[in-house]
Write a protein that binds this ligand. Structure first.
Ligand SMILES: Nc1ncnc2c1ncn2[C@@H]1O[C@H](COP(=O)(O)OP(=O)(O)OP(=O)(O)O)[C@@H](O)[C@H]1O
Ligand SMILES: [Mg+2]
Length: 245
């Protein structure tokens, strides 16, 4: 069975969606069957891959997930689109047993044919995000290098049980090397979390939001950009970590 990576941080705008899309695109480019699951009602991962939100979400309707997974414009990269349908969104936000059970079933058995599943979660903790967390094999928490970066982190980390730390990776995003602030945050995060922090850091690079606005991963839009290189490096680091396990 492949890896299920839950990309989460309850803080908004830290680079969750960007990481799900761009790391996913690197896995696919490396030849692995990859699925991005958009669990966020904002549906940014869906639009970032140039697809439309679904009118009926399989978690809300009980439809077969296979009927909802769509291909993207890139080989081996697939998407389970999010929904903006009001009824479906409220069902997902409430995340009653029915929905969490369906998600559990999808993650535990349904998505077995994929080498990598990346879950893009909303900036909130709900029963669905808890289930995603529980059923994932890895946790990836992006932290943006800015003031208050550590805000809410302790709340978030309290959700991660002790025995899950060995499969958790913290990723510094929007890093601006020449800023004093970036260096302060970096030191603080690395001191606090130690080995759990990826060596790879994602620089702030305008190619990244530009790529999303064209509905493309950055490795496709601007393959030589710093942003693209950083996500490729992150992908290599994930592969290396797997070999060490
Ligand atoms: N490395 C980067 N360089 C420049 N801009 C970036 C970078 N990473 C992300 N961004 C931009 O920052 C904004 C927030 O990123 P993103 O949407 O990935 O965060 P998020 O954590 O998914 O947000 P939300 O919590 O709302 O879902 C987006 O406009 C994105 O394009
Ligand atoms: Mg997002």
């Amino acid at each position: 069975m492949g890896q299920i990576i839950c990309v989460m941080n309850q803080k908004g705008g830290v680079g969750k969606t960007t990481t799900a899309i761009n790391l996913g695109a690197c896995f696919a480019r490396a030849g692995f069957q990859t699925l991005i699951v958009d669990l966020d009602p904002q549906c940014n991962a869906t639009s970032g891959l140039d697809r439309k939100p679904t009118a009926h979400h399989p978690l809300a309707t009980g439809a077969l997930w296979v009927d909802s997974v769509v291909a993207t414009d890139w080989p081996k990269l697939f998407l389970l689109p999010g929904t903006k349908n009001f009824g479906d969104v409220s069902a997902l936000v409430k995340g009653k047993n029915e929905q969490t059970e369906r998600l559990r079933e999808m993650l535990r058995t349904g998505f077995r044919s994929f080498d990598y599943v990346l879950i893009d979660s909303p900036p909130a903790v709900s029963p669905l995000t808890r289930t995603a967390l529980e059923c994932s094999t890895e946790i990836l928490m992006p932290i943006q290098c800015e003031y208050f970066a550590m805000e809410g982190v302790s709340k978030m980390t309290s959700l991660i049980e002790k025995d899950r730390w060995q499969s958790t990776g913290i990723l510094l995003t929007m890093v601006e090397r020449d800023l004093e602030l970036t260096r302060e945050v970096e030191t603080e995060v690395r001191e606090y979390f130690g080995d759990v922090v990826f060596q790879t850091e994602i620089p702030r690079d305008v190619a990244i939001p530009e790529a999303s606005s064209y509905g493309k991963p950055v490795i496709e839009y601007a393959p030589r950009s710093r942003g693209a290189r950083a996500y490729i490096e992150l992908c290599m680091e994930v592969f290396e970590n797997e070999q060490e396990e």
